[in-house]
Design a protein around this ligand. Structure first.
Ligand code: NAG
Ligand code: NAG
Ligand code: NAG
Ligand code: NAG
Ligand code: NAG
Length: 628
């Protein structure tokens, strides 16, 4: 029974007597070896088709290394100190399709080393120490489709080095020391699809260098020293999907640089000291999904920059520390745009209609600019917008309408703005306190001015009485109506900062112990004690100041300050019901006072009547007697 199970589990591995020590042999003909071996282990299973040696101590592949492996198709020796390959080392393995010699110490190979490998399709010589590659190596490799010589020390390439590689699809020259490329280097590579030239020191490119690369799909030129390219450089690349020019030294780009790229899907220009982009930079790009233009010196961008990028989904126009202005129509034609990054620019003002046509937008990143205000309707047509980052700007106030009424909204950030906590902000403060789940950073959204409110939480402000007379704020989210009467604070002392009632439906009398203004935190410590009074010593002047702030959350709070006494009382929250219940309470209290008055009056009258009665008693007998 157990044998059966083992047999069923076993077929992956082949532990035959022929599998060498330090190797694992798989039944499909694959062998993997690792460890301290100093040569290709032998004997190997006769039908080995794939041999992978990794992290070995092999320094040399000699004439006899591959004897007994006539069926080998793929060989790789990596992360080893390999330095020497005998010129006939590969003669016994003529069927080899793939040869990977990655991460060794090769600096020189015989020109005939690959000459007996007519079937070779894949050759990786990356991460070695080659300072040059020779055309002789590739003389007889007509089927080579993939050549990787990246991460070597190649500073120079002969113009005909790749001349015979007419079937090449993938060429990786990245991570070398190339400063320039011969004009005809790629001229026979008409089937090339991927060309990686990044991490070199290229300073210029000849106008005809890409002329025959009509099948090229990806061209990666990032991290070079390109400062100037001919306008027509990329025009032959009509099948290009990905073009990366980031981390170069471009100050300007010629007009029409990105014309004739109907298939491009991703274009990267970031990390260039660009200060000027021309009008008519991009031709029709009906497939472009991502465009990256960040970390530049641009101080403005042409209004038609994105006009031909109608299918764009993701746009990064951020970290441009000089970019102060965006043309009104710049986002005119991006109906599919979902993510727009505009953070860390120098933006001060956004046109009210700037975003109006971005109907698919879900994420808008505007943090770390110098914005000080936003038009109330600026996000109005963005019905899918779910995330807005506004932190780190210069906002002192914002109408809550900018962000309220957005059905899809899930995230807003507001911290790091110099919020001015005066009456005007109560509207936003109320919206925050009602939508804490949307404001990820609400615990860091703090007042900046006035100084005695500095670092108070905006979301906890429920009464702000400075310069704020009678303010009636109805349930936030709905229309806000501030009715301010002319009863102004004459006191030099700022009164209570914030007060949150804790005991609903109780009649509370609250004394506010007022301390002279200090430049830092809130000056007022409000103590709440039911039915207790404490006279404030600092208040000798007669002050009559009345604030009524109605909110649905947490409670309706009323305050009344007469003679330096502050009375606060609360009633339970609710929309229109609150107004009614306030009126009702006021009615009750008035009625109470009237009743007390009436009682006193009644007592007074009773007392008088009793006095009369007493006098009447004394004199009454006589008079009655008299009357009788
Ligand atoms: C390779 O040879 C082993 C025996 O040495 C055999 O079990 C296995 O099936 C063979 N594999 C192939 C792909 O021929
Ligand atoms: C070879 O070893 C290196 C670590 O030195 C490892 O990163 C790599 O994935 C290994 N390659 C293979 C094919 O196992
Ligand atoms: C490279 O090999 C050739 C001959 O195979 C030899 O003449 C030359 O000196 C070698 N160069 C280095 C740097 O080893
Ligand atoms: C858009 O592309 C077309 C066709 O390539 C071109 O004629 C036009 O000038 C381009 N528009 C802009 C604003 O670059
Ligand atoms: C409150 O502050 C804002 C921003 O500083 C200001 O625009 C507004 O006029 C102020 N409102 C009042 C009532 O002082």
């Amino acid at each position: 029974m157990w044998c059966l199970v083992l047999l069923l589990l076993g077929p992956q591995l082949h532990y035959g007597a022929t599998c060498p020590y330090s190797c694992v042999c798989y039944i499909q003909g694959a062998v993997r070896c690792e460890g301290g071996i100093t040569g290709v282990p032998a004997p190997m299973p006769l039908n080995t088709s794939l041999l992978q040696l990794n992290q070995t101590r092999i320094q040399k592949l000699s004439e006899g290394s591959f004897l007994g492996l006539p069926l080998m198709l793929r060989f790789s020796l990596s992360h080893s100190p390999l330095r020497v390959i005998h010129s006939n080392a590969f003669d016994p393995v003529p069927l080899l399709l793939s040869l990977k010699l990655t991460a060794n110490e090769l600096s020189n190979i015989s020109s005939t080393v690959f000459s007996k490998l007519p079937n070779l399709q894949q050759l990786h010589l990356d991460k070695n120490r080659f300072s040059s590659i020779e055309s002789d190596w590739f003389e007889v490799l007509p089927h080579l489709t993939e050549l990787d010589v990246s991460k070597n020390f190649i500073a120079h390439l002969d113009k005909d080095v790749f001349y015979r590689l007419t079937n090449l699809r993938f060429l990786n020259l990245a991570g070398n020391l190339l400063r320039s490329l011969p004009q005809t280097l790629f001229s026979s590579l008409t089937r090339l699809q991927y060309l990686f030239l990044y991490n070199n020191q290229l300073e210029s490119l000849d106008v005809e260098i890409f002329n025959n690369l009509v099948n090229l799909r990806e061209l990666k030129l990032f991290t070079n020293r390109l400062s100037c390219i001919p306008a027509r450089l990329f025009w032959p690349l009509s099948n290009l999907r990905v073009l990366s020019l980031s981390s170069n030294n471009f100050h300007v780009l010629p007009k029409e640089t990105f014309y004739f790229m109907p298939k491009i899907t991703k274009l990267s220009l970031f990390k260039n000291p660009l200060y000027l982009l021309p009008h008519h930079l991009s031709g029709y790009m009906p497939e472009l999904k991502e465009f990256y233009l960040y970390d530049t010196n641009l101080n403005s961008v042409p209004g038609d920059l994105f006009a031909n990028m109608t299918e764009l989904i993701k746009l990064s126009l951020n970290y441009n520390p000089n970019l102060r202005h965006l043309p009104k129509d710049i986002f005119c034609c991006l109906p599919k745009l979902q993510r727009l990054s505009l953070q860390a620019n120098d933006l001060e003002f956004l046109h009210p209609e700037l975003f109006s046509r971005l109907t698919s937008l879900t994420t808008l990143i505007l943090h770390s600019n110098k914005l000080y205000s936003l038009s109330t309707d600026i996000f109005q047509s963005l019905s899918k917008l779910s995330s807005i980052e506004l932190h780190g700007n210069h906002f002192t106030s914002l109408p809550s309408r900018v962000v309220s009424n957005m059905a899809a909204l899930k995230h807003v950030s507001l911290r790091g703005n110099p919020w001015n906590c005066n009456c005007t902000i109560l509207d936003l403060a109320a919206w925050i306190s009602q939508n804490l789940n949307l404001i990820g950073d609400h615990e860091h959204v703090l007042c900046h001015t006035p100084s005695y409110l500095r670092n108070s939480l905006l979301g906890s402000l429920t009464i702000t009485s400075v310069q704020c007379s009678i303010t009636v704020t109805e349930s936030p989210g709905r229309t806000t109506e501030a009715a301010t009467t002319s009863v102004k604070t004459t006191s030099t002392l700022p009164v209570e900062a914030s007060y949150q009632a804790t005991v609903p439906v109780t009649f509370q009398m609250t004394t506010s112990t007022t301390v002279p203004p200090s430049p830092t935190v809130s000056v007022t410590s409000t103590t709440t004690e039911d039915f207790t009074h404490q006279k404030t010593s600092a208040m000798d002047v007669f002050i009559f100041n009345k604030i009524v702030v109605l909110e649905t959350k947490p409670e309706i709070v009323h305050s009344n300050r007469i003679n330096g006494w502050v009375y606060l009382w609360t009633v339970p929250p609710a929309g229109t019901y609150s107004t009614f219940s306030v009126a009702f309470q006021v009615l009750l209290i008035t009625a109470g006072i009237a009743l007390i008055g009436a009682l006193f009056y009644a007592l007074y009258r009773l007392n008088g009547a009793m006095g009369d009665l007493a006098t009447d008693k004394k004199t009454g007998g006589t008079s009655r007697k008299r009357n009788k």
